[in-house]
Design a protein around this ligand. Structure first.
Ligand SMILES: [Zn+2]
Length: 125
């Protein structure tokens, strides 16, 4: 009896089509058929999540995302301004443009240089 109840619950969960990436983000209204999309494709999110700004969106389905942080330098007992820059996959449903604030999440390697995917465009920085 107990096992039957559990499987029924699982089936009900499957019927709800809404995807949850585990980041508390809303699914985009627009759809896409990109297999490398975190929302509509087969890419799963694992690892780190960052918020940054798009520095370049010149490549096809790719954006360069940059964000700044402060690094403590022990010798001078002060913080140094530093920044990180990574390439991230920009699926058609995201359409991140240069200057956009985006949320990127780490995933499996998508190409030689891409290991992140854009999961949200806009919002507070
Ligand atoms: Zn998509």
């Amino acid at each position: 009896m107990k096992t039957a109840k559990v499987s029924a619950k699982k089936a009900a969960k499957k019927e709800e089509k809404k995807k949850d990436l585990g980041l508390g983000l809303e699914e985009p209204k627009e759809g896409c058929d990109d297999s490398k999309c975190a929302w509509h494709g087969g890419v799963s999110i694992r690892g780190r999540v960052f918020r940054g700004r798009v520095r370049s969106a010149k490549s096809h389905n790719t954006v360069i995302v940059e964000w700044g942080y402060h690094r403590f330098v022990r010798k001078y007992q002060r913080y140094e301004r530093s920044r990180s820059r990574v390439t991230a996959h920009n699926p058609p449903c995201m359409r991140a443009k240069e200057g956009d604030s985006v949320v990127i999440a780490e995933c499996r390697p998508l190409s030689k240089t891409k290991g992140f995917v854009v999961v949200k465009v806009g919002g507070k920085e």
